[in-house]
Structures are given as C-alpha cells and as structure tokens.
Design a protein around this ligand. Structure first.
Ligand code: HEM
Length: 132
C-alpha cells in the first residue's frame, strides 16, 4: 500500500474545511490585515484557500483560482502583514491539533510563496524559480 498523503493523515476534507473556515474568518476580520478583504467574496476566498491547501497536502482536487502572484498583485502587502497572516494560520492549525510535521510542511509551503505575495523580504527568500 502506498504512503498516505498529508491530506489523508490530516483527516481529509472534513478535517481541513473547518480549519480553513476558521482561518479565513479570522484573517478577514483581523484588526491588522482584515481591511485587505473589503469587497472580496468570502465564500470564494474560503473555497480557493481550501482547494489550494488541499492540493498542496496531496488531495486529488484541482485548484481553480488565480495564480498566487496574480491574486495578490493589486494588493500592496507588506512583510509584517504577510507574517500576520502566517501567525493566524499557525495558531489556527494549532487549535485544531494538527500533527507537527504536517504543520511544518504547510508553513514551509507558505514561506516558499512569500516572494509571490510581498516584495518585502524577511531575511532570506527562495525565489519562485527555485521552488519545486
Ligand atoms: C503564501 C501566502 C498566501 C497564500 C497561499 C494565499 C492564498 C490566496 C488564495 C488561494 C486566494 C484566492 C485567489 C482567487 O480568488 O482566485 C487569495 C486571495 C487573496 N489574498 Fe491571499 N494568500 C497568501 C497571502 C496573503 C496575504 C499576506 C494577504 C494580506 C495580508 C492576502 C490577501 C489576499 C486578498 C485580499 C485576496 C483576494 C484577492 C482579490 O480578489 O482581490 N493573501 N489568497
């Protein structure tokens, strides 16, 4: 039998959906970064964040949203705001008791995408060309 995917180990769709739902709710109502989401359809955002994450974790789904660079191009996102989203995600992951290795892989994926979302570097960045 083949190794289970991170998605399967997490508990599949019904484990991931509530995590994404809580994450998107916290992000869009956050004092520091919530204003970015004014005028953004929260249902679409939740679905796209779900598909994007599920696919990364190994689910057999297709991500149908915009490329990450295109989705964020019109939003002037600063380094600290990127970190704020990352912290909200990390806290939400912890609240749902996700295994440490799944959490680590998830946040590493977020960090690899950093140069596509903000031009503000946090120390060393991997360029999009180097990401797998
Ligand atoms: C690696 C980090 C990030 C990932 C993986 C990510 C993922 C996504 C995804 C999948 C979408 C949906 C795209 C679509 O509708 O087709 C989206 C949209 C959006 N994200 Fe992010 N995001 C990241 C970082 C951030 C940060 C740091 C902010 C703000 C602080 C942010 C603000 C937004 C906004 C405002 C939208 C709506 C775009 C629009 O329709 O105008 N994102 N993001």
């Amino acid at each position: 039998m083949s190794e289970p995917t991170l998605f399967e180990r997490l508990g599949g769709e019904w484990a991931l959906r509530p995590i994404i739902q809580e994450f998107v709710h916290r992000m869009t109502t956050d004092m520091m970064i919530g204003f970015f989401f004014r005028g953004v359809d929260p249902k679409r955002l939740e679905e796209m964040e779900y598909l994007f994450t599920a696919k990364f974790l190994g689910a057999d789904v297709a991500y149908t949203g915009k490329a990450i660079r295109d989705a964020h191009a019109k939003h002037p996102i600063m380094g600290g705001q990127f970190d704020r989203r990352r912290n909200i995600l990390a806290e939400t992951i912890d609240r749902h008791g996700v295994a440490p290795d799944i959490k680590a892989a998830w946040l590493e994926h977020v960090d690899r995408l950093r140069p596509q979302v903000t031009r503000d570097a946090a120390g060393v960045c991997i360029s999009p060309d180097e990401s797998p």
